[in-house]
Design a protein around this ligand. Structure first.
Ligand SMILES: [Zn+2]
Length: 277
């Protein structure tokens, strides 16, 4: 197997690295972004052999005279930050992330430069930072200057599923509105953290919105039919996958119930119990 990062757009290369992520996904894409000065986005692997592959790829760029400026992570989840420490020790580069990601990483990693929406630090690398909370409060996307591609982290995946976990500050309302915003911005080709690039970005993002809303309608129907307790609602709404992934179905159900509550359609009726509002 050749270890050269694969070009996936103008000024962006991908190296799919093995990580302990949410099955069925098994890898997180690490991206190299820029030209003579470049960023490494999402060194997610905690495994030493895999980290060595990334270090080799980075060293080859440096040997060509390119400058490794910084590490960027789209958000705080372990399968996105697992290799940050090793890469920093090897190359002495700073870590850049959204301020909310810095807060979530406190005690584990220190963020050297905050990247809020539109921050100029990433501009020399041909991208613009977009704050797209929902999957995580500090989630960032990097959109290529002319909209030819967008590095989308965990907004969507072409392998596996995106979990919105309210116990880790996931927010379905924010997530859906950021999916729509990204679609409207003209993202071009989507470069997700898990799986291959996706060519029809807007259609794919809109498909995600439709899929979530269809699932939410089933969550609401289960409550309206008197489902009341969360586990029963999850079992109804996620009938075809519940037996396989009950914990994920339950967490996703909670994210939809919270959004339905925000919209005044359901209310909490005691611990773990819900009613139509
Ligand atoms: Zn994530």
């Amino acid at each position: 197997m050749t270890d050269a990062p694969e070009p996936v757009g103008e000024g962006v290369w991908r190296l799919a690295l093995r990580t302990p992520t949410l099955p069925p996904a098994t890898h997180t894409n690490t991206y190299l972004v820029g030209g003579a000065a470049f960023l490494v986005v999402e060194p997610g692997s905690p495994f030493e052999d895999t980290q060595a592959r990334l270090a080799e790829a980075v060293s080859r760029r440096i040997a060509q005279g390119h400058r490794f400026e910084a590490i960027v992570v789209t958000h705080h989840h372990p399968d996105h930050v697992g290799g940050v420490g090793a890469l920093q020790r090897a190359f002495g580069v700073p870590l850049w992330a959204h301020p909310e990601t810095a807060r979530k990483l406190q005690g584990a990693l220190s963020v050297d430069r905050a990247l809020p929406e539109g921050d100029e630090a990433v501009e020399p690398f041909g991208v613009r930072a977009l704050h797209t909370p929902g999957h995580a409060p500090g989630h960032l996307c990097l959109r290529e200057r002319q909209g030819r591609w967008t590095l989308v982290g965990d907004m969507v995946a072409s392998v596996g599923t995106i979990l919105i976990d309210t116990e880790d500050e996931g927010d379905m309302e924010a997530y859906l509105s950021q999916l729509r915003r990204l679609a409207d911005l003209g993202p071009g080709r989507l470069l997700p953290a898990h799986g291959d690039p996706v060519d029809d970005g807007p259609a794919y993002l809109q498909g995600y919105v439709r899929h979530r809303l269809a699932r939410e309608a089933r969550v609401y129907a289960a409550v309206a039919e008197g489902g009341t307790d969360e586990a029963t609602v999850a079992e109804e709404a996620y009938r075809e996958v519940f037996a396989e992934v009950p914990a994920l179905a339950l967490r996703s159900t909670l994210a939809h119930l919270e959004r339905l509550r925000l919209h005044g359609r359901v209310r909490r009726d005691g611990p773990g119990r819900w009613r139509r509002a």
